[in-house]
Write a protein that binds this ligand. Structure first.
Ligand code: DGJ
Length: 341
């Protein structure tokens, strides 16, 4: 009898060990996320680069007081000083090491695009296989958001430092919320809200990714979309965006197209279930492919806290395609690599 109990006990111990070996940690959407040193992760409006087995998360470093710009009455212009672009690295998308500020803001020169009293938002980084450079594009703006330009910076390493090159209004047009998308053929696109956020632009970047080619489209015309994020699934392209309601959440929508510069058709809200009408209280910023075969991806979004922007939280959720329809679902806690979704 005691032998049987012993055997059962040892089986339980073995199972227990195996399970703890497999324990890899969880993403808890909306919680305070700590880096590997125990400090809150500060990387808002971010994007992810996967490079040689490591994920790099770039985002807005928002530190300190949030205030409302009092002379702007038409919308709630809450802001913090621009702290530059932060970077974190991870092997598993759950444990993040702080790699520091890879593009700092400027403390002295008020005319500099990156002056800390201005706006630095939504940085994204892609790797150029030809030039072997890491290229960052970001939204740079004045405190009243009237400058509306796209800035570009470059580095030899994913962890920087990035050298700031300058900013443009592509095709003479405003550029605010933005993302980058690098396609399988190495072509890269800058996607940005333009024309006072009324219309989305998609521009093919030049081969070095540092300037805009003459090939671009105006799309989602007069639909007033921002927070663009792109993913390719099989031979279709999907663009998730939000409506324009300042720091307050609203309903996401996705559009699809057969090619990046082709015709984009608005489809529907990809979010399902409770909270889907406000994108679970968030705004999109990036879509990260997890499994090209099955189309599983990571939906990356910000839950802005407009009166304390530093304390804005991260909401990362599982996304998938069901018969080519994009679906994003809430999870209380999950692991992007170990979970089946
Ligand atoms: C919404 C944008 O998506 C954010 O990046 C930021 O610019 C806020 N508007 C400012 O209100």
């Amino acid at each position: 009898m005691s032998r049987i109990i012993l055997s059962i006990l040892s089986i339980l111990v073995i199972i227990g060990c195996k399970q703890s070996d497999k324990k890899v940690g969880f993403i808890i959407p909306g919680a305070i996320w700590k880096d590997t040193e125990g400090n809150p992760i500060n990387a808002h409006g971010g994007g992810i680069l996967y490079d040689k087995g490591t994920y790099y998360w770039y985002g807005e470093y928002k530190k300190g007081l949030t205030w409302r710009v009092d002379y702007i009455k038409s919308w709630e212009c809450y802001r913090t000083n621009a702290g530059g672009v932060s970077c974190y690295s991870s092997k598993d998308l759950v444990n993040w090491k702080n790699e520091g500020i890879v593009l700092p803001s400027e403390r002295q020169d008020t005319s500099n695009d990156l002056f800390y009293g201005k706006v630095i938002e939504r940085p994204k980084v892609i790797y150029n296989d030809k030039t072997k450079k890491y290229v960052m594009w970001l939204h740079v703006d004045s405190e009243d958001y009237s400058f509306a330009r796209a800035g570009v910076a470059m580095s030899d390493n994913p962890t920087g430092p990035f050298a700031y090159i300058g900013s443009v209004r592509p095709y003479g047009q405003m550029s605010r919320d933005m993302t980058l998308f690098k396609d399988e053929d190495g072509r890269a696109y800058h996607v940005f809200s333009s024309e006072s956020n009324a219309t989305m632009y998609i521009s093919l970047l030049d081969d070095n990714y540092l300037s805009h080619s003459d090939r671009y489209i105006r799309t989602l015309i007069n639909l007033s979309r921002e927070a663009p994020a792109i993913i390719r699934h099989k031979n279709k392209y999907y663009l998730v965006s939000s409506a324009c309601s300042g720091w307050s959440p609203n309903k996401a929508m996705y559009a699809e197209a057969d090619s990046m510069l082709g015709e984009w058709k608005m489809i529907k809200n990809p979010c399902v279930g409770r909270g889907s009408d406000t994108t679970y209280g968030t705004q999109s910023t990036y879509l990260l492919p997890i499994d090209g075969e099955t189309g599983k991806f990571l939906f990356i979004a910000d839950r802005w806290n407009k009166t304390n922007l530093e304390d804005s939280r991260y909401v990362w959720l599982p996304g998938k395609f069901e018969n080519d329809t994009m679906v994003i679902q809430w999870q209380d806690q999950w692991n992007p690599i170990a979970s089946s979704f």
